[in-house]
Design a protein around this ligand. Structure first.
Ligand code: SF4
Ligand code: SF4
Length: 395
């Protein structure tokens, strides 16, 4: 299904009211001079239309950072039902829609995850066009156009929004407010085409992604991994900010009298030193080089499993948030391809593991340099190198 409509920007309030009829509206809001976060909005004036990438991707609405899965006491074990209410996510760019598409594949695969699916099914997705900055490379990953994972997608064509309608519920939204929408005409259709042509030419970070998985296989022992891995702080910043990092840990929290407790699922990161640690004190990926290379493999090659696809959608969040300036995927790929490349991040600190704050795990930041086995996504410390979010991403 693909239909289109037009509505004037000057009547955005009416479009906002329409979204509110379908659920609570969440959209990018400015939370600091340089950063944005998806938060509930009650008025269009709260929306940061200029936001390119939010600190955390929209996965946080479906795959929650921490949630109780089951609880138990002397009366038995109970499954925790997710609290769900209708919601509309507004302002998702093509990379984030593609990221959610990958999350959907993983969490809807048999057996589907009831928590993720319940929230996903209660959510409408309204996308919004954007112009790339120096960190965006969705074009290289083939995720630069809205894919099938949206209900409506708005393209800014000047005085109007061009609306792509992709699902029956999207059509229902538009049909329920016929007075707001009109059909496209030749001028507006041309404006739509011109926007996407201009956008295509605006990318400054790019590489040819053909045969990338083969190159990742071929370059497994490339010295770039040692070079970058030895600068990695194992802080884990690159995983919560990634729209497709879906790993979690399970923690059983028992009461002191041990007769009640709960099983909690929380985000984990393959960059943490304890992620691949198993009984007998064996660690499959003991050093930051092993872990960084493994993370890059998942992003650019994919695992050999039913979801074995590259999972990077080119959003640039990891590049922007890495305190060591080494998650510069475009530069790394160019080097693996044997092309001239330097790290383009203008925030490179040259930090190494030894630059950790040295608080021996007590800081709670879990940057890993101190040897702590697990980190936290809710704190932050100067030892993490500092990001726009003041440490680990938490919005
Ligand atoms: S954000 Fe950078 S320093 Fe931190 S774990 Fe990822 S690659 Fe390493
Ligand atoms: S690997 Fe980096 S650029 Fe790619 S989707 Fe994840 S955060 Fe975005």
């Amino acid at each position: 299904m693909e239909r289109s409509a037009i509505f004037p920007k000057s009547r955005f309030q009416e479009f906002f009211d329409l979204m509110q009829e379908f659920g609570d509206v969440f959209a990018p809001r400015r939370v600091s001079e340089k950063s944005f976060s998806f938060k509930q909005v009650k008025n269009p004036s709260e929306i940061a239309f200029e936001a390119l990438r939010t600190i955390l991707p929209p996965k946080k609405f479906f795959f929650q950072q921490r949630e109780t899965i089951i609880s138990y006491d002397e009366n038995g074990v109970r499954e925790t039902k997710p609290k769900v209410s209708p919601q509309v996510l507004f302002g998702l760019h093509p990379c984030d829609l593609a990221g959610l598409g990958i999350m959907d594949k993983v969490y809807s695969a048999s057996p589907p995850d009831p928590h993720y699916m319940a929230r996903r099914q209660a959510t409408l997705l309204v996308g919004l066009s954007c112009m790339p900055d120096k960190h965006c490379f969705c074009k290289a990953m083939g995720t630069d156009s809205p894919t099938s994972d949206y209900d409506l997608f708005l393209t800014d064509i000047g005085e109007d929004y061009f609306v792509q309608i992709h699902t029956p519920i999207g059509l229902q939204m538009v049909g329920s407010k016929k007075e707001l929408f009109s059909g496209s005409d030749e001028t507006k259709s041309q404006a739509f085409k011109d926007f996407w042509t201009t956008r295509d030419q605006a990318f400054t970070s790019h590489f040819q992604s053909e045969n990338l998985p083969a190159i990742m296989d071929m370059e497994w022992d490339n010295k770039v991994w040692d070079e970058l891995g030895n600068r990695c702080l194992s802080c884990g910043n690159c995983t919560p900010v990634c729209p497709t990092c879906y790993c979690f840990d399970m923690v059983d929290v028992a009461s002191l009298h041990a007769q009640a407790g709960e099983r909690v699922r929380e985000w984990d990161s393959c960059q943490f030193v304890g992620f691949a640690k198993v009984a007998g004190d064996t660690n499959f990926r003991p050093g930051p080089v092993d872990r960084l290379k493994f993370w890059y493999r998942h992003k650019l090659h994919g695992f050999e499993d039913p979801h074995g696809l590259p999972t990077c959608v080119g959003c640039g969040r990891c590049t922007e948030s890495c305190p060591a300036g080494i998650d510069d995927i475009v530069s790394v790929v160019l080097r693996l391809q044997g092309k001239p490349s330097v790290l383009i991040s203008d925030r490179t600190t040259g930090a190494t593991n030894s630059d950790c704050c040295g608080s021996d795990g007590g800081c709670g930041s879990g940057c890993g340099g101190c040897g702590s086995t697990h980190g936290s996504t809710s704190g932050g410390s100067p030892g993490c190198g500092g990001t726009d979010t003041g440490g680990h991403p938490h919005a």
